[in-house]
Design a protein around this ligand. Structure first.
Ligand code: ZN
Ligand code: ZN
Length: 363
């Protein structure tokens, strides 16, 4: 008989998620109604509240020859310090410069997944919220759609900063674009009283759907006026901080973990890890290395299917008996009701496989 544990450990498959990836691709573009941000994950609380994370670590990678406009990171630091209540501070770390041999022909998601490192050992004490920024140019990388600068779900602690869509305006609006995306990471603008669930209606607000340029300033090489969050958006942040509610999102290194009843999901840019083993702590360095290898092993598939992600299960307490398999089936059916549609897709395949096992070897 096949060992059930082995059966599940080899469950690793890919799902083309298409519309299920929530992308704020409209940022900086023409005004059109945005899809509202999903409400099942409140990653912003990990950044806005002083506990359980007392600091924020921001890792910034860029591809060779592309960089943020001058002063943008300093402005980001000021912005995060203003809105994130972090007694141990905000640390921004310029990390990898990714050479052409590593980025050419790869999507931003794959590059991010391969180069993400997580917080340094020095601050890896369970009190560090993590943010990742990839600065790139989709035109140089080739073979991928320009999504403009954006933040995607479920790995919503990452900013994709693609200069392709505002190349000529980078020094003019680049700073505002960066802070606009950082505002999404901080959960703005979910309040539909002054926004559409992802952007604010107030003209001049940093999280207004468009980041505008002024012709004459561009002509004379001057940066655009520095935008700020409007009073309503600032009030939303202050209210969230005053509510101080519990958050089911957590970080384990660069993994963004969502704890649900009886299972958890840990995300990276193009990988998800699902576990029903209870404790949401795992050796993240070891798992990150494993996930990077998985991405490399399946790169062709991921490249051909730009919306695909890989998913791995760590179901390490399973047994061989039919009874145990049935228990597992119940757990999987419970996970299939997860609010993130992609998770249901992952689990459907696992359920089918397990049901086939039970029919094949009912015992
Ligand atoms: Zn936006
Ligand atoms: Zn606003």
């Amino acid at each position: 008989m096949r060992d059930f544990k082995k059966v599940f450990l080899r469950v690793l498959f890919f799902v083309v998620v298409g519309a299920m990836v929530f992308s704020l691709g409209g940022c900086g573009g023409a005004f059109k109604k945005s899809k509202p941000m999903p409400s099942y994950c409140r990653t912003e609380l990990t950044f806005l509240l002083p506990q359980p994370y007392s600091r924020v670590y921001v890792e910034i990678d860029r591809i060779e020859g592309v960089d943020l406009p001058e002063g943008a990171l300093e402005d980001l630091e000021i912005f995060l310090n203003k809105y994130c209540l972090k007694p141990d501070g905000i640390e921004l770390v310029r990390d990898d410069v990714i050479p052409e041999s590593e980025y050419k022909g790869r999507s931003a998601g794959i590059v991010a997944n391969l180069f993400i490192d997580g917080p340094s050992c020095r601050v890896d004490d369970g009190k560090t919220a993590y943010m990742y920024i990839l600065v790139y140019d989709s035109k140089k990388m080739g073979r991928q759609r320009c999504l403009k600068a954006h933040v995607s779900f479920p790995y919503s602690c990452m900013i994709y900063y693609d200069i392709n869509s505002f190349r000529l305006l980078k020094n003019h609006i680049g700073r505002n674009v960066l802070l606009h995306e950082a505002s999404h990471v901080l959960g703005l603008c979910k309040n539909t009283e002054h926004g559409d669930g992802a952007h604010c209606f107030k003209k001049g607000c940093l999280i207004y759907p468009t980041v505008s340029a002024k012709f004459f300033k561009v002509l004379f090489g001057k940066p655009a006026k520095k935008l700020e969050l409007c009073d309503d958006c600032q009030r939303d942040i202050a209210m969230l901080q005053a509510e101080n509610r519990a958050c089911k999102m957590s970080f384990n290194g660069p993994f963004l973990v969502r704890q649900e009843d009886g299972y958890w999901i840990a995300c990276l840019p193009v990988c998800d890890l699902i576990s029903i083993s209870g404790a949401d702590r795992f050796d993240w360095r070891q798992m990150l290395a494993k996930m990077k290898q998985t991405v490399k092993n399946n790169e062709d598939f991921l490249r051909e299917n730009p919306n695909a992600k890989c998913c791995e299960f760590t179901l390490n307490e399973t047994g061989e008996s039919a009874e145990e398999k049935k228990k597992m089936l119940l757990k999987l059916k419970c996970i299939s009701k997860d609010p993130a549609p992609i998770v249901g897709k992952y689990v459907e395949d696992a359920i089918r496989e397990l049901e086939a096992e039970l029919v094949e070897k009912p015992q």
